[in-house]
Design a protein around this ligand. Structure first.
Ligand code: ARG
Length: 276
């Protein structure tokens, strides 16, 4: 039931494409059944705040143990999705994972560039609700700091970047097709902030899949084809150079009727992220 996408990007998204310096993006087409979904490879040096969460013990060494994304928000602090450190994802309780680490500055998981830094502490958002995924934030403390210049600020509540229609970029090493094809290289896809009504319609509230506009943000592509997918969770959604969301959940990947749901950064614990 996958849909292919090869249409031209809109003007605003084409500009965003150039802003992420994606090879081939200026031409405005994507690989059919594209790649994140509907994205393209990007240089990690252009987005040094994107990090991979890794545990080789849990996920094997082929892709350096990558299982989620994260965002550097201070030299020794990485923001990720709370569900990424759940036993559902890890297969065992967090306390049993001895080699939880962050990989920074490495776009190609099989490569050796950048740094691997151990995670020395994990805080869950006290307001996180595992049932509904509301408030899907966790803060990781790194055992040694990374470059302060590589951290990104979040958009404060009320910032225009949260408005429907804003072009945004989502980054990750996750599934590129929705069939378990995981990326080795960091990819980015261009999406749009969608009105809350689009996700309220798609996820009207049976059990887990309830969209809550106070802690969640709706983003995607009205015609489908551009989205985050499995393995991208915890990674950043960026607009106007500011962090506005973390990949959280969705039904399928890249479907027009089922947009991506992100943890809304303005709902992250006050002291966790610098805002402007
Ligand atoms: N829960 C997924 C993860 O753990 C992210 C799913 C995002 N899905 C989407 N269609 N945007 O990686």
């Amino acid at each position: 039931m996958r849909r292919s996408f090869a249409g031209p990007l809109t003007g605003a998204l084409a500009l965003m494409a150039m802003a992420v310096a994606a090879p081939g993006a200026a031409g405005g087409t994507t690989t059919p059944d594209g790649v994140v979904i509907g994205g393209q490879p990007v240089e990690i040096s252009q987005s040094p705040w994107v990090v991979a969460l890794s545990s080789r013990d849990r996920f094997g060494g082929t892709r350096a143990g990558q299982f989620c994304g994260g965002v550097l928000v201070a030299p020794a602090k990485v923001l990720t999705a709370a569900h990424c450190v759940s036993s559902d994802v890890l297969g065992v309780p967090l306390g049993q994972v001895r080699d939880l680490a962050v990989i920074a500055g490495r776009g190609t998981l099989k490569g050796t560039g950048g740094q691997e830094v151990a995670v020395s502490g994990v805080q869950l958002n006290p307001a996180y609700d595992a049932k509904s995924n509301a408030g899907d934030f966790a803060l990781l403390t790194l055992s040694s700091p990374l470059s302060a210049g590589h951290a990104i600020k979040a958009a404060g509540a009320g910032h225009t970047a949260y408005k429907a229609g804003t072009g945004a970029v989502v980054y990750g090493w996750g599934d590129t097709k929705g069939d378990g094809t995981y990326a080795d290289e960091l990819r980015a896809a261009l999406v749009k902030v969608l009105p809350d009504s689009a996700c309220e319609r798609a996820y009207p509230g049976y059990n887990k899949a309830t969209y809550r506009a106070d802690t969640m943000l709706c983003a995607g592509d009205e015609s489908g084809g551009h989205d985050a997918c499995q393995g991208d969770s915890g990674g950043p959604l960026v607009a106007d150079g500011r962090l506005i969301g973390l990949v959280s959940w969705g039904s399928g990947c890249g479907q027009a009727a089922n947009p991506g749901v992100y943890a809304r950064l303005s709902a992250a614990p006050e002291t966790w992220v610098a805002r402007n």
